[in-house]
Design a protein around this ligand. Sequence first.
Ligand code: AMP
Length: 440
Amino acid sequence: MNTFADLGLSSKILKAITDKGYETPSPIQAQAIPPVLKGKDVLAAAQTGTGKTAGFTLPILHKLSENPTQNKRRVIRSLVLTPTRELAAQIKTNIDEYSSQIDFKSLVVFGGVGINPQINKLRAGIDMLVATPGRLLDLCQQNACDLSNIEILVLDEADRMLDMGFINDIKKVMKYIPTKRQTLLFSATFSKEIKIIAKQFLTNPVLVEVAAQNTTAERVEQRAYRCDQNTKAELAIHLIKQGEWNQVLVFTKTKHGANRLSTKLDNAGISSSAIHGNKSQGARERALQGFKNKSIRVLVATDIAARGLDIANLPYVINYELPNIPADYVHRIGRTGRAGESGEALSLVCNNERAFLKEIEKLINKKIPLLTEDGFTPELWPARMPSASEVQKEDAERKKQNRQNRGPRTRSSGNNQRPKTDKNNSPNSSKRSSSRRRRK
Ligand code: AMP
């Protein structure tokens, strides 16, 4: 199957694909499109950057346009559930592009923006809905969204949705969807939890597995720089300036860290914006737009805010801080080197992050060259790498010190760490938070 036509897609869909400039199907598309067209449930291991969005959208559009509903009224026939607003918006954009040649209406709904315009658009009638789970549940509970005609359901980035605590919302939403339907589940990994979900929601799925996690890692040129914590910002500024890099996505662990770094970059004459869960939807979109049209040179993001960002030919990613979950590193560097392009990913590593680097190397099964930039030789780089417990102890010590220096506060600082995801950016960062705040 070398062409999209070989896969059995209709001429109108093929025209849209050609307009988009795609020549050959990516591996996930070649494997997923035929079973989806046949009406099978599909369980696919694929992450962002593999072309998975077209992998499910193209056959869905084909099926729905080839089998129009009997009555004239538009009803929601397909639903895509996805973890973040950015990813949801990106999928909607792709649906619009791929459906340019057919009579088709789609809508995206997510939290953080007014619900009433979404209700009005739903009332007007749509064929396909892309949603984050929290907002969709709100809409269902307000009887503003009829999911009883769903024929094809997609659970996109299911692993992330579970990580972000959406499982209960998803289960509740499922009650509004017919049990007789086709279900497609995409996930970067097949963890035990994903297998449980798959068993619950899918029937005899076809298993599609492409792009093992290290594929991205192989495509992207990676290196790391030793440094001290207190000279990291200077090193980042130095590398960006020296390399004359004009479009750089920088990852920090916390929202406050993102803001602080963005200010330092601006002060150094490097235009930047921070993007994270505390920013309004409008501010996020403006930042993303500025970054895409290159009026902003650096976008500083936390892991969750960066999910789903699709920036064509993004050349550079900097890990200002390494993530404590190695898989997040693969997700991060997957922002570059997309769709077969090459990219570079740099990590700034200080002494207490060496253990994370080791874990990452274990996951990607590859040694990342560790360099020292002239003028940034770390003062603290003992021959023996600190153990995980030493790093934790040091972290706790530093936090205590910070708290003492700051004096009493009414709100938590945002420098807390949590083992699974960026606590400050996770919608269910604490059991204390209300379910409304939880939703994205
Ligand atoms: P995704 O994994 O769906 O986020 O897609 C990653 C990127 O690959 C997006 O920019 C798509 O537009 C692009 N893409 C998807 N399919 C193809 C294809 N067959 N040929 C070239 N680019 C593609």
